[in-house]
Ligand binder design. Structure first.
Ligand code: UD1
Length: 368
């Protein structure tokens, strides 16, 4: 098939491109190669067998020509820094919302041609994950109140009885409480694609990624994912700076499992017009991730627990992946025990600039 991957030079997009090329598809990349992500040199891993168009997904003429002869679109182009989205609001809304709008208008113009659209969504649109209270049963809380965070009381309490609650797997039916401009823009991307797809009978699959890690996740972008941030700091013999008490948990999913889900979304029609969690179903604390990375790099460096919180951060979210299992036949294959050493093998060959998001976020009172 002829496949367009927007954001195909990025961390996740580039791995999808490699897999599609490997399967014998003809692949075209549309990517703006943003300096913050790629540095001056640009990506060193662009697949030579894919066609590359350098440019912005907001440029309708460029998108029009990028769609020429295309059967399937993977929409992965997005700005991804949660904290940065809270002050570079226009930039995030432009790239994520307007970019998706432009792409959809051009797809609609040639609708019988496009057989599938797979859009990258995010677990960040849930806000807090799902929880259970021993007294009151399942609860779906909003963000922790500011007064609680200022007291450095990190765990969530039941809004009904006040008891501390326990995280449970989050499924796709959990109400959405996106808690950053980035998360709202991801919800928009997902829903724009789904409503437009439904209206014009263009099958859309929205994949809600949990916390993705793996080789090629930018180390020098201060707003990159936490595994890359911590790896970069450790590489430079600096302690990972951990927000809160480090006991907050995430579901880290290896990029090859994200690729697996994207390929399955093309192979089967069972997930058409659906939203699906793509994670592993296993949670790990951020402090433990820091320790695992340090051990893997043979660095005797303990994480610095800052006791500060980042505005909009949630405490726990782990994926319920039953729907992806049933509809896609998705099964995560890479555990952290295998995925971290593989990430670090790549990290050891890289250099990381000493940039941090914390100083900037503190200026905006987004970290305190
Ligand atoms: C990340 C992604 C987002 C994606 C979402 C769900 C990035 C930049 N963000 O957001 O695009 O949609 O996962 O997959 O990849 N932390 C520290 N110290 C740091 C940085 C982070 O302790 O220096 C903590 C945070 O407070 C948070 C956790 O690590 O508790 C995860 O943070 P981060 O990697 O930024 O992920 P998300 O905000 O979950």
């Amino acid at each position: 098939m002829n496949i367009l991957v927007t954001g195909g030079a990025g961390f996740i997009g580039s791995h999808i491109v490699d897999a599609l090329v490997e399967q014998g598809h003809r692949v075209r990349i549309l990517d703006a190669v943003v300096e913050q992500v790629h540095g001056d040199a640009g990506p060193q891993y662009l697949n030579p067998d894919a066609e590359f168009i350098h440019g912005d997904v907001c440029d309708a003429n460029l998108v029009k020509s990028a769609l020429e002869g295309i059967d399937v679109v993977y929409h992965k182009a997005a700005e991804v820094g949660v904290g940065q989205s809270m002050y570079e609001i226009t930039r995030y809304v432009r790239a994520n919302d307007l970019g998706t709008a432009v792409l959809l208008e051009e797809i609609v113009k040639r609708r019988p041609q496009i057989q599938k659209l797979v859009v990258a969504s995010s677990m960040s649109i849930y806000g807090e994950g799902a929880y259970s209270c021993d007294n009151c049963g399942p609860i779906q809380p909003n963000l922790r109140p500011l007064s609680q965070l200022l007291e450095r009381d990190w765990e969530l309490s039941c809004p009904k009885c006040g008891l501390k609650v326990k995280p449970v797997p989050t499924n796709e039916d959990k109400p959405l409480f996106p808690s950053s401009v980035y998360a709202i823009s991801k919800q928009d991307q997902e829903q724009f694609c789904l409503v437009v797809g439904r209206a014009y009978e263009i099958p859309v699959v929205a994949l809600r990624y949990f916390n993705v890690y793996g080789p090629r996740q930018a180390l020098s972008n201060p707003y990159t994912g936490v595994c890359a941030i911590f790896s970069g700091r450790l590489l430079n013999d600096q302690a990972p700076m951990v927000f809160e008490d480090g006991e907050q948990t995430r579901d880290f999913v290896h990029v090859s499992d994200i690729v697996q889900a994207n390929l399955l979304a093309l192979e089967t029609d069972r997930a058409n017009y659906q939203t699906l969690n793509i994670g592993t179903g296993a949670a790990i604390s951020i402090a433990d991730i820091a320790l695992m990375l340090a051990r893997g790099l043979n660095k005797d460096i303990r994480p610095e627990i800052t006791g500060k919180y980042r505005e909009g951060d949630i405490r726990h979210c782990v994926a319920d992946i039953s729907r992806a299992r049933t509809l896609l036949g998705y099964e995560p294959k890479v555990t952290l025990a295998d995925g971290i050493p593989e990430l670090l093998e790549w990290v050891r060959q890289q250099q990381a600039a000493e940039k941090t998001q914390i100083t900037e976020l503190e200026q905006y009172q987004l970290v305190r």
